[in-house]
Design a protein around this ligand. Sequence first.
Ligand code: CIR
Length: 255
Amino acid sequence: FRFTHAITRRPAASITHGLRAIDTGTPDLATMQAHHAAYTAALRATGATVIELAPLDPYPDSLFVEDTALCLPQGAILMRPGAPTRLGEAAAMEPHLRAIYSTVHVIEAPATIEGGDILVTGREILVGTSARTNDAGIAALNAITARWGYSLRRVQTPPGVLHFKTDCALLDATTILSTERLAASGCFAGYDLIHTAPGEEAAANVIRFNDTVLMPAGFPATKDRLTAAGYQVTEIPNTECAKLDGGMSCLSLRF
Ligand code: CIR
């Protein structure tokens, strides 16, 4: 959770066509741009360098850069998104990662895997199977990360939940914020857990970024739990990304 860099991509006018599980309204570009600016400012306020990429109109979901890659100290791994409309986003990210990393691996078909399903903790890499991430994707990732000395564990994203990290986040090396429905699977045995408050499941997608926890605004009971546990919390308005099932982790690659 200590990072010197992040990559973000500004939202494009095409966000109105972004994928969503349930239609709760069309995101408003100007509002989303304001929220996105608050998000990047909060990352920068921790002292990190934020590389802001230009909007990518052909890809409505391209602001959710997390799904395109996994950045580890040993190198970057380009994902292969399971959503057909998002496949090209990884290729669009590739040159930016090659400019930073001397080692870049690429996940190949038929594997599919999105960064939103990957949680790197202080001791292992957890990967949730989901509608976007298949077993071939997990095996392909494991083949790379095993060589780098990581142990990787396959877990289950709850049914109907977009990504594994829709429902959980790392708060420090051994502490996880999780919805009760995900934690009930037992996948976090051995970790310290903080649960999202009842009815605030959408608060689970936070990021610990250096000394702060960025969380979506509007979840006061979960915020209280985090501050009571000693975390410094920065609330970021997230109403527009929420319409596209996106949250704090989706909006950046962090390394
Ligand atoms: C999608 O369905 O792919 C986007 N609308 C949301 C992606 C959110 N990404 C993430 O949780 N890592």
